[in-house]
Design a protein around this ligand. Structure first.
Ligand code: GUN
Length: 177
């Protein structure tokens, strides 16, 4: 049954496979597995629900650490080639490595403005979006209140995790909005 994605994995294998689903935050996969060893035999929907509840239960301080673990989009780490493989592939998939000098400068301005207003980087699940869509969403979200934006960012982190789970497992995607 190809939906039992993690079967034949032990706990170490599970973390090796799914630890990066939340950027630089393998503790989320670890805590989810500790709470429910049955995740070794779960499909994407169940894995994602379990990891998302760990993040939701973690409280605002640890949630903020997770948000801050994300690199800027079209930022200096990307230029320096220092992203995780997932982030690099996602940014390239949205064409962020092909920004004009003007677009790149606009990203830097928005990144700085957003970071100083909210205290974490702008995070958006970029799959299916191009750099114009992303800049438009960026311009809009920078006007949100901190409370709104914290919740929006957490929702995007969960969506990025879901997309990564589908990517890793090859399970067909059917429940994406
Ligand atoms: N959206 C998808 N991946 C990433 C990432 O690594 N960083 C940010 N800021 N947004 C993303």
């Amino acid at each position: 049954n190809s939906k039992n994605l993690a079967r034949d994995l032990n706990a170490d294998g599970f973390i090796a496979r799914f630890g990066g689903v939340f950027e630089h935050s393998p503790w989320i996969a670890e805590a989810a597995l500790a709470a429910d060893p049955g995740l070794l035999h779960a499909d994407v929907g169940r894995l994602h629900a379990a990891m998302a509840s760990v993040l939701r239960a973690a409280g605002p301080e640890r949630q903020l650490v997770v948000l801050r673990a994300h690199p800027d989009l079209a930022g200096k780490l990307a230029l320096a080639g220092e992203l995780t493989a997932d982030s690099s592939a996602e940014q390239a998939g949205a064409g962020l490595d092909r920004c004009t000098a003007e677009e790149f400068a606009r990203f830097q301005e928005l990144n700085d403005h957003y970071q100083s207003k909210f205290g974490f980087p702008f995070i958006i699940a970029v799959r299916g979006l191009d750099r114009h869509d992303i800049l438009r969403a960026f311009e809009k979200r920078v006007g949100n209140t901190p409370e709104q934006e914290f919740q929006t960012a957490l929702g995007q982190v969960e969506r990025i995790a879901l997309l990564r789970l589908y990517q890793i497992t090859g399970q067909p995607q059917h429940d994406l909005g």
